[in-house]
Design a protein around this ligand. Structure first.
Ligand code: KIV
Ligand code: NA
Length: 275
């Protein structure tokens, strides 16, 4: 299993790091078998597998529940779990208790927190307590209400400068990695050069140290539309739909179950039973 120090070495060796989300046992198992370096139990699970409109309703209990399932599926992969909305903004004590549940109870190896500013002291406290922190800047979906929608961030010089400063603050506070979501590639490259910790991109171009995508997005599984930054390797929806429709038709038309799906009793047993 890769550790935070291995990820740092990969950056230094210019070796790309692969990260993918997973939310349950089968997705984690396949992600591990598929050779990803890191699994992210993202709070995107709120939208992708729980059907919410945003990540805001996701709770710490949701993250614990899904992290435990992922852990059972991927015993040999580094797992980062998102801290959900408002679970790292109250007291540092609250933050430590919440992160503690994700690490100690659920088995995450690290946690991910959105933002810098007031969050920086929480990053420092978690790191001091022995919990590795991955920061998340750029498009931070938990603050979608403040950002005014899911838009590319850091497009103008002023916003880009702020993001670069924030990135440095996260690193200084002890973050072992930084995730950048939906930022221009030039800015992502600049941040990647400025930091010594690995920079993970999603919609951040090629010049970062790592890439992350959402499991269901790359597979076209359950999701309808995917953002511009996603590469879809398959579209599983039609296969799943076809299978379910065929099953439905088979049952209705008495084509299922067939003999091979059916258990039978021996004749002599039937004789004993009915005389
Ligand atoms: O929740 C999530 O999946 C994320 C992404 C950046 C992939 O935070
Ligand atoms: Na997230």
């Amino acid at each position: 299993m890769k550790q935070t120090t291995d990820l740092l070495k990969m950056k230094q060796n210019n070796e790309k790091i692969v990260m993918l989300t997973a939310y349950d046992y089968p997705s984690a198992k396949l992600a591990e078998q598929g050779g990803v370096d890191v699994i992210l139990v993202g709070d995107s699970l709120g939208m992708v597998v729980l059907g919410y409109d945003s990540t805001i309703p996701v709770t710490i209990e949701d993250m614990i529940h899904h992290t435990k399932a992922v852990k059972r599926g991927a015993k040999d992969t580094f797992i980062i779990t998102d801290m959900p909305f408002l679970t790292y903004h109250l007291s540092v004590r609250d933050t430590l208790i919440n992160a503690g549940e994700l690490v100690q109870d659920a088995g995450a190896h690290a946690v991910k927190l959105e933002g810098a500013d007031e969050v920086v002291e929480h990053i420092a406290a978690l790191t001091r307590a022995g919990i590795p922190v991955c920061s998340h800047l750029g498009l931070t979906p938990q603050t979608v209400g403040v950002l005014g929608g899911y838009k590319v961030q850091g497009k103008d010089a002023l916003a880009a400068k702020k993001l670069l400063e924030d990135a440095k603050k996260c690193e200084a506070a002890g973050a072992f990695a930084l995730l950048l979501e939906c930022v221009p590639r030039q800015l992502a490259e600049e941040v990647t050069k400025a930091l010594s910790i690995p920079v993970i991109g999603i919609g951040a171009g090629l010049d970062v140290d790592a890439q992350v995508l959402v499991y269901h997005d790359i597979l076209g599984y359950g999701v309808e539309r995917v953002p511009k930054f996603v590469k879809q390797y398959h579209s599983l929806n039609p296969f799943i739909l076809e299978s379910i429709q065929a099953y439905t038709a088979d049952v209705k038309n008495k084509r299922f179950p067939e003999e091979k799906h059916t258990f039978t009793m021996k004749e002599e047993e039937l004789k004993v039973l009915y005389g």
